[in-house]
Design a protein around this ligand. Structure first.
Ligand code: GTP
Ligand code: MG
Ligand code: ZN
Length: 296
């Protein structure tokens, strides 16, 4: 059995096998291909792309224990992006945490932290700076018990800089973000699994622009537990939370207890998920028909 992080096995990537960083693979008898992938304990999976009618999953990391959703302080807090990431993180089977980097770039991290913590219910929010060496130990503590951590986030938020701080070594290349919009330059191009000093493993991933949903388990329900809790108070069981009388969700919006943007975000994600499920059904049916034709 070999770990997909060793560069050699990664080159065995065969067609139609979706092998991700962190996967354990069994080589074929001739050692040329991947025989099979050991069942994953967790995986952070997004939809491969927005466009086209291709129904494809993209596993960003597998067999992780803790997935850190990395955002940079100093850039405008992006609640909508974090919500999507949390859905995928809850569905991954790993434990989610939010990691706010570049704490050295702001006078007061509190406003940015509070805004993101608002949508990260029951999820720890850590502050750190890879460059200034702040908040490194608490991250390392998550690796105790030889656990595997993974960093996920947009390009330029400072994932690799943190990796270097955690490893006490410049293992990963980093590059300056663009002036003005703080966008990264996609410096990290392949995911890497690295050994942490002492114990544990760390996966650095290339920054991803789009976080499209993949088929969800209870990720949406968990990421939006506050809104789902409200729906219990709606008068009608089939309430659409739109203009029905006695809607507890709309009541919360009116009272200022629920951000209408968060509600729209939830609706968008539910719709995206429904579309994905419908697409999958079409895909399965097409597959069935093809199978039947072959049998005739
Ligand atoms: N001031 C400050 N700058 C940081 C910090 N962390 C990273 N940076 C800078 O932000 C830029 C991008 O950092 P990277 O670590 O390469 O970002 P990344 O998330 O790995 O980006 P990709 O590999 O493109 O996904 C670099 O210029 C870093 O020096 C920090 O804590 N404070
Ligand atoms: Mg990087
Ligand atoms: Zn309602």
């Amino acid at each position: 059995m070999r770990h997909a992080s060793d560069h050699e096995p990664l080159r065995m990537r065969n067609l139609f096998v979706d092998v991700a960083i962190g996967d354990w693979v069994v080589p074929s008898a001739d050692g040329e291909r991947i025989g099979h992938i050991i069942e994953r304990t967790s995986a952070f999976v997004r939809r491969a792309s927005f466009e086209g009618d291709r129904f494809e999953a993209d596993a960003l990391a597998a067999n992780i224990d803790v997935v850190f959703l990395v955002h940079a302080l100093g850039s405008p807090p992006n609640q909508r992006r974090l919500e999507r990431e949390l859905v995928l993180a809850f569905d991954s089977g790993a434990e989610p945490a939010v990691l706010l980097t570049k704490v050295d770039t702001v006078d007061d991290p509190e406003p940015g932290r509070a805004e993101l913590a608002e949508v990260a219910l029951g999820v720890p929010v850590l502050l750190a700076s890879g460059l200034a060496g702040i908040g490194i130990e608490p991250i390392r503590a998550y690796a105790r018990g030889n656990r595997t951590l993974a960093f996920l986030g947009a390009s330029g938020v400072g994932k690799s800089t943190l990796v270097n701080a955690l490893l006490d070594d410049k293992v990963m290349d980093t590059a300056a973000v663009r002036e003005g919009d703080q966008r990264g330059r996609h410096t990290t191009v392949t995911a890497q699994l690295l050994r942490l000093p002492g114990e544990g493993w760390l996966i650095d991933t290339p920054g991803v622009r789009a976080v499209s949903l993949w088929l969800s388990g209870d990720g949406i329900e968990r990421a939006f537990a506050d809104v789902f809790a409200l729906t219990d108070g709606c008068r009608f069981r089939d309430c659409k939370h739109d203009r029905e009388p006695g809607c507890a969700v709309q009541r919360a919006v009116t009272a200022g207890d629920l951000d209408p943007a968060r509600l729209s975000s939830l609706e968008r994600l539910v719709a995206e998920e429904a579309e994905l499920e419908a697409e999958q059904e079409r895909f399965v049916r097409r597959g069935d028909r093809r199978g039947q034709r072959r049998r005739r």
